[in-house]
Design a protein around this ligand. Sequence first.
Ligand code: GDP
Ligand code: GDP
Length: 436
Amino acid sequence: MAKPVVAIVGRPNVGKSTIFNRIVGERVSIVEDVPGVTRDRIYSPAEWLTHEFNVIDTGGIDIGDEPFLEQIRQQAEIAIQEADVIIFITSGREGVTSADEMVAKILYRSKKPVVLAVNKVDNPEMRTQIYDFYALGFGDPFPISGAHGLGLGDLLDAVVKHFPEKADEEYGEDVIKFCFIGRPNVGKSSLFNAILGEERVIVSDIEGTTRDAVDTVYTYEDQTYVMIDTAGMRKKGKVYENTEKYSVLRALRAIERSDVVCVVLNGEEGIREQDKRIAGYAHEAGRGVIIVVNKWDAVQKDEKTMNQFTQKIRDHFQFLDYAPVIYVSAKTKKRLDQLFPLLKTVSENHAMRVKSSVLNEVITDAVAMNPTPTDKGRRLKIFYATQVSVKPPTIVVFVNDPELMHFSYERFLENRIRDAFGFTGTPIHIIARARK
Ligand code: GDP
Ligand code: GDP
């Protein structure tokens, strides 16, 4: 489940983001209407041969107004903290610089495996320039060219060799992993603490086996939950922990490890553009989603206020129309106990499997009610549908021509499937595939 994390470090202009993009390749966003979801990427899934992992471009984490060397130093620290393997990038054009030596010293103190790459080695004649880089003390330097895509295979072969043999099974199957994400000050850490303070919550002493060691395990009515930490949930320490990019990175990592993501909104302040972006991450990752409106105690309200706020949420977060909304207060703990059964329901729906026979009945009925669309005289034909995976539920629909499956018809089918099976809180992926 937990994929290894690879971090790219190095001084500015050596080619970190170029290499990051090479490793990650082209990935298409599934939420086109959420601005900024894929722009400015610093964290992304990637694969090499049979290995799946995540890559961080630490160069994309700008650390406020800190001086140049301080920025590089903190980026290297983030790499050490977050990664299983570090790719240290230098440049064959400039040779070894004092900034490279500083990065080397920081990396050297950590126990994380480091693979040294010399970038901008654009042609074979330049290969002789890599020998100086042995002096950095990380063994054989790998000559690469991000611009031309050279040497990356050898580099990645060396990287994946350092991956742990088998990812440890972090927690059992029936444990519900979740996190709170949201803008600063919406009340994430207050919710975290309020849950731990609930009367029937029994916090487990057993530390998670995860390297982060920031998971909080507890039981409530015989169900075990794991709360996964995001940036700033605990005491703030390092300077970089207050930067936005670092918070985003931590949120993305928490989302990835969670079954259910609670998107926290500030009921007092209302919805902001940043909320939308954050919610988009949860949706894109295919996790179960609950929208938690916090600070409801501080809202001036009458009997219409809640419905009006829910309507605003539905207007702003159209891509999350499946997500239930709850109104809570971390301060007074009002309705906080409703979060537990909701987490359970959403988590079950996220992992739900439906029988093909029943699924096909639902689709046959749907088609009878609303005939399939036609395009230039050709009609979409649906032959058969089957659920191919869970978390999130993914359904493949075999058709005569996938081009004929219009977005609106897919939406219609999705709604019929939701009506029939009740997939509250989880996205459903529907894939139209041509039957051979
Ligand atoms: P970063 O600051 O470390 O992320 O570096 P960038 O990826 O932004 O690259 C800095 C500059 O180096 C850009 O102008 C790139 O086009 C250039 N560059 C990156 N990789 C190569 C390479 O392999 N060869 C050459 N000649 N230039 C490169
Ligand atoms: P985070 O940055 O999202 O972790 O937010 P915090 O948990 O640190 O909360 C930010 C501020 O909002 C603090 O001053 C909290 O006391 C306050 N706060 C959090 N939850 C509530 C709530 O339910 N009601 C009210 N009135 N204030 C809250």
